[in-house]
Write a protein that binds this ligand. Structure first.
Ligand code: HXC
Length: 258
């Protein structure tokens, strides 16, 4: 499928989705968000894709929502169209694992988009921030909520109130990203992580997503019960039999998503 603002490549069961509005540092305008939603929905549906990597350019993952596009909107406009509410639905519904590979700026909606992925691998030049305060607004798709859960209240308040940027080392120290790699190694590292995930049983990787995400939405006791029941349920799969047999027979498992 040909897109105007993103590029999609599929290789070795991994879809690499690249945000591609270099003239605006990948600012998230309505075309880009619509196209990204379509590409994610298609990747989730396509049996040949088992993991997704979302990235931008070396200079910017995304510099936020497109300020030009929203500057003149009124409260009634944004409330009526539920600005950004509908456009993030495909990402919220995504069941396959998705890794954000962040180089350069991940600001405002760009930082929030990265946080909506299952985890973030970033380059040494990455800069994260919620600078909406400088525009007289606040974050709109998770910058005060997900960021607070990921890095804690002190840093989330600091970033949302001052609008300062966090560099890669601080992001790793704070738990916002899982790995920092030299900038040229970002895409190879993210693709290699994605291929490793693609080798697993899809039933199990989806269950991991559901279980880890549950940790953010419920009590520890309920979360542990959910996890244990999910663990039990996987004993109904052929992939559990294959995975354990392969270990005992000292060979690689061949998962069939059954
Ligand atoms: C529209 C943007 C943009 C944005 C950059 N550009 N960010 N256009 N929306 N968010 C455009 C610039 O206007 C410029 O276009 C071109 O990209 C290059 O940007 P420069 O500013 O010239 O680059 P540089 O000096 O390197 O500075 C980079 C930067 C700065 C620090 C990232 O661009 C910046 O501060 N951008 C805004 C970041 C921001 O406030 N993000 C939050 C947005 S609100 P021209 O045509 O002039 O060359 C938000 C709300 C989220 O995200 C709500 C939920 C989604």
């Amino acid at each position: 499928m040909a897109y105007e603002t993103i590029m999609v490549e599929v290789e070795d069961e991994v879809a690499l989705i690249r945000l591609n509005r270099p003239e605006a540092l990948n600012a998230l305008n309505s075309t880009l968000l619509t196209e990204l939603g379509e590409a994610l929905t298609e990747a989730d549906r396509n049996d040949k894709i088992r993991c997704i990597v979302l990235t931008g350019s070396e200079k910017a993952f995304a510099a936020g929502a497109d300020i030009k596009e929203m500057a003149e909107k009124s409260y009634v406009d944004v409330y009526t169209e539920d600005l950004f509410g509908a456009s993030i639905e495909p990402m919220m519904r995504l069941r396959k694992p998705i890794i954000a590979a962040v180089s350069g700026y991940a600001l405002g909606g760009g930082c929030e988009l990265a946080m909506m992925c299952d985890f973030i691998i970033c380059a040494e030049n990455a800069k994260f921030g919620q600078p909406e305060i400088n525009l007289g607004v606040v974050a709109g798709i998770g910058g005060t909520q997900r960021l607070t859960r990921f890095v804690g209240k002190a840093k989330a308040m600091d970033m949302n109130l001052t609008g300062r940027f966090m560099d890669a080392a601080e992001a790793e120290r704070s738990g916002l990203v899982s790995r920092v790699v030299p900038t040229p190694k970002l895409i190879p590292e993210a693709l290699s992580a994605a291929r490793k995930i693609a080798e697993k049983s899809t039933v199990a990787t989806r269950t991991v997503k559901e279980s880890v995400n549950r940790a953010y939405e419920t009590t520890l006791r309920e979360g542990l019960l959910f996890e244990r029941r999910a663990f039990h349920a996987l004993f109904a799969t052929e992939d559990q039999k294959e995975g354990m047999a392969a270990f005992l027979e000292k060979r690689e498992a061949q998962f069939r998503d059954r």
